[in-house]
Write a protein that binds this ligand. Structure first.
Ligand SMILES: NC(=O)c1ccc[n+]([C@@H]2O[C@H](COP(=O)([O-])OP(=O)(O)OC[C@H]3O[C@@H](n4cnc5c(N)ncnc54)[C@H](OP(=O)(O)O)[C@@H]3O)[C@@H](O)[C@H]2O)c1
Length: 298
């Protein structure tokens, strides 16, 4: 299997998640990162970091992970170099259509495919909204955002020696029992095993199975935790009273990166021009895993 060689443009939150996703993906390989001059180094990456795409070798496609107002200029530059692109600028409605139309024009001119709006929202959530509306054409869709797993600060855990900050949540295990997850940010001198022992055996935590996870930053955990409730109900007069509900919790940048990688896998199957997630054949998002996916999910 020939791996797709990807470049990442911009190493912010989304760019980092794309890099992690590529490292964990068997179908793609990271050719390098394009960054602005003077951006702080990221030695953990172990791939070339350059300031222009022309400095990277054999790039099959580029994932654009930069602020929305900079996306069009960079996308045009890449398409002009005949490099297919995937992007997910947060644009919706008319603004999204104008953006897609301009990228389509340039992509056709240079005869390369581009995928636009392939993130979380726009992106994966747009697909769910669209399917719900397709299956219940006369109805009403409500989207509400909330913080993800109802994480709450726990003074009991934060009071334990060696713990700087702590968050807890209760989740149902696959076996149906309730488990308490306690995330702890430790003092540099703390012993993680001792902290875990103290929390698990604290009388306040003995009522449920308690699992302790040390994390580098509680603030970062709170920031990335997103949740969405997407609900579509048919209009009151419609027979059948269908309703569809998606309740999801996720890290937004991580989910957007997953969708970008899936879109990148679909590029070899696409014609020149701009494609939104609605234009993509769902099977193509699996790349070479398509037969296995079809067997498992149909
Ligand atoms: N559709 C979705 O669901 C979704 C989800 C998440 C993000 N996004 C989109 O993804 C993009 C990046 O988001 P993010 O959270 O990663 O942002 P971020 O953390 O601010 O990172 C953006 C990166 O872009 C580079 N950059 C900054 N200003 C630039 C400029 N003027 N020209 C070129 N590069 C520039 C920088 O990387 P270097 O220092 O390496 O150059 C910066 O770290 C945004 O457009 C956002 O709308 C979409």
């Amino acid at each position: 299997m020939k791996k797709i060689r990807l470049a990442i443009i911009g190493l912010g939150k989304l760019g980092r998640k794309c890099a992690e996703g590529i490292f964990a993906d068997q179908a793609t390989v990271l050719a390098g990162i394009v960054r602005r001059t003077g951006s702080p180094p990221a030695p953990w990456l172990k791939v070339p970091a350059v300031t222009h795409i022309s400095e990277l070798k054999e790039v099959d496609a580029a994932l654009i992970c930069i602020p929305p107002d900079a996306v069009m200029g960079i996308a045009k530059d890449l398409l002009q170099s005949r490099i297919p692109v995937v992007e997910c600028a947060r644009l919706h409605g008319e603004a999204f259509l104008r953006h897609k139309s301009e990228i389509h024009r340039v992509a056709l001119l240079h005869r390369v495919p581009a995928v636009v709006g392939a993130g979380c929202d726009p992106g994966a959530l747009s697909l769910f909204r669209s399917y719900f509306a397709l299956l219940a054409p006369h109805g009403h869709t409500e989207t509400s955002l909330h913080t993800g797993t109802s994480l709450h600060h726990t003074l009991a855990a934060a009071g334990i020696k060696g713990v700087r900050k702590a968050l807890a949540t209760e989740l149902k295990s696959t076996g149906g029992t309730i488990q308490r997850y306690v995330y702890v940010e430790l003092e540099p001198s703390a012993d993680a095993a001792e902290v875990e022992y103290a929390i698990v055996n604290d009388p306040l935590f003995l009522d449920e199975q308690t699992l302790v996870f040390p994390v580098p930053s509680i603030a970062a955990l709170e920031e990335t935790n997103r949740g969405v409730l997407l609900e579509r109900r048919t209009s009151p007069g419609e027979p059948g009273h269908s309703s569809f509900l998606l309740e999801a919790r996720f890290d937004e940048a991580g989910l957007a990166a997953r969708m970008m990688l899936a879109a990148a896998r679909s590029l070899p199957a696409l014609q020149a021009g701009a494609h939104s997630p609605l234009d993509l054949p769902p099977g193509a998002l699996w790349g070479e895993q398509r037969p296995a996916a079809e067997k498992e999910w149909l």
